[in-house]
Design a protein around this ligand. Structure first.
Ligand code: SF4
Length: 383
């Protein structure tokens, strides 16, 4: 094995490219894989470690069933193959032990919070004021999981605290990620998800990220910070205003400037690098607007978590093709060096999606530096 710095870089390049490929083309599975179906935001993913790196990759969508990549059993363990060639070892996430437990009232723990690799995650309020009307975000599957009985409509702070302790003790959860559907209240649901996070934090000691829409009164953001929450996700989803208007009309009414105002307040309250936004690729956006928006967000201390669209079964975009891995890698390569210059990245986020990074190939590029600490990014390969 070539363990020289140059050798390690080559291995990392290959892995960054492979994970980006898998997230774009999906993975055929010949093994039962823990996965997430539906849920708020861009969902639908199997969870596994590839050569030791956490990754979520589409496994349930139609396009994943025709992927050139397949997860296959070996004599010992599993590996990712393409055209008969072994590309990397893989460790499918096993079923968490805490899934076998239930509350005293008989609610199974897995209906309260799921384990996303090493983060215990829940949508605390599984309904959204926009779901089922003209404001529904077209990429979102929040109503799907509720309709198919995989979760309950509202989790209480007490339930979440109980499950988080079990996830920490039985399955090694290192943080908690709590999101919510938007409520028809001025705080948009921020205070309730904040209270849930506070209960999780106090019971388990785990750092918590909460996610919500920009509240009407920005002081709500300070109140959430005062609850002991470590990180916050306020998700604009796209920096292309035309795309935002088409895919998320309610978010478009807040406007990209409205998100920047909320982020500025959040960075003041939580600190640079503790505020993040999802940026979804593959919805017809102008790439230059995406890169410019990401850089402006980075300038004020916001981490833009750039991810490929995962057309979720049951969402309004379920028929859309996923963006090409080459396109995603090109955008990552334009954003990551800027992140590094600003000194923020996955390593600065205390909790949540930006800390976990399994849904994007970005962090694998962030980690690249040569012996002088300069950023090293791979060329896009079309192999
Ligand atoms: S605001 Fe949009 S993405 Fe969030 S839960 Fe509601 S419909 Fe889904």
């Amino acid at each position: 094995m070539d363990n020289s710095p140059a050798g390690r870089l080559r291995a990392d390049d290959r892995l960054a490219h492979l994970i980006t490929e898998l997230q774009g083309r999906g993975l055929r599975v010949e093994v039962p894989l823990e996965s997430r179906q539906g849920g708020a935001g861009p969902a639908d993913a199997g969870m596994l470690w590839i050569d030791g790196f956490a990754a979520t990759v589409p496994t349930g969508a139609d396009y994943a069933r025709t992927s050139p990549y397949v997860l296959r059993a070996e004599d010992e363990g599993w590996a990712v193959y393409r055209d008969g060639e072994r590309l990397a070892s893989a460790q499918p996430a096993r079923r968490p032990r805490y899934y076998d437990l239930a509350t005293a009232a008989g609610v199974p723990y897995w209906q309260i919070a799921l384990l996303h690799l090493d983060s215990v995650a829940s949508t605390v309020n599984q309904t959204c004021a926009y779901w089922g009307n003209a404001d529904q975000c077209t990429f979102c599957g929040i109503g799907v999981t509720l309709a198919n009985g995989r979760t309950i409509a509202r989790k209480t702070p007490e339930m979440l605290a109980e499950v988080a302790v079990a996830a920490r003790d039985l399955d090694g959860a290192v943080d908690a990620t709590l999101t919510t559907g938007t409520t028809a209240t001025p705080d948009k649901g921020a205070l309730y998800v904040g209270r849930c996070g506070q209960a999780v934090r106090e019971a388990s000691g785990l750092p918590v990220e909460v996610q919500f829409e920009p509240p009407r009164d920005p002081a709500v953001i300070d109140r959430v910070a005062d609850m002991g929450i470590a990180s916050v996700g306020i998700h604009v989803e796209s920096f292309d205003p035309a795309v935002l208007a088409r895919v998320a009309p309610a978010k478009a009414r807040t406007g990209i400037e409205g998100y920047f105002r909320a982020w500025e307040r959040a960075v003041a309250a939580f600190g640079a690098g503790q505020v993040s936004t999802y940026v979804i690729l593959g919805m017809g956006e102008d790439p230059d607007l995406i890169v410019a928006g990401c850089r402006r967000a980075i300038d004020i201390g916001v981490y833009p978590f750039v991810v490929p669209l995962r057309p979720t079964v049951g969402s309004l975009m379920e028929e859309l093709p996923a963006p090409s891995p080459e396109y995603c890698e090109t955008i990552y390569r334009r954003v990551v060096p800027y992140l590094r210059e600003r000194g923020i990245g996955a390593h600065t986020a205390a909790a949540g999606c930006a800390r976990c990074q399994a849904c994007s190939g970005m962090s694998l590029l962030e980690e690249k530096s040569d012996a002088d600490g300069r950023t090293f990014l791979p060329l896009v390969s079309h192999g």
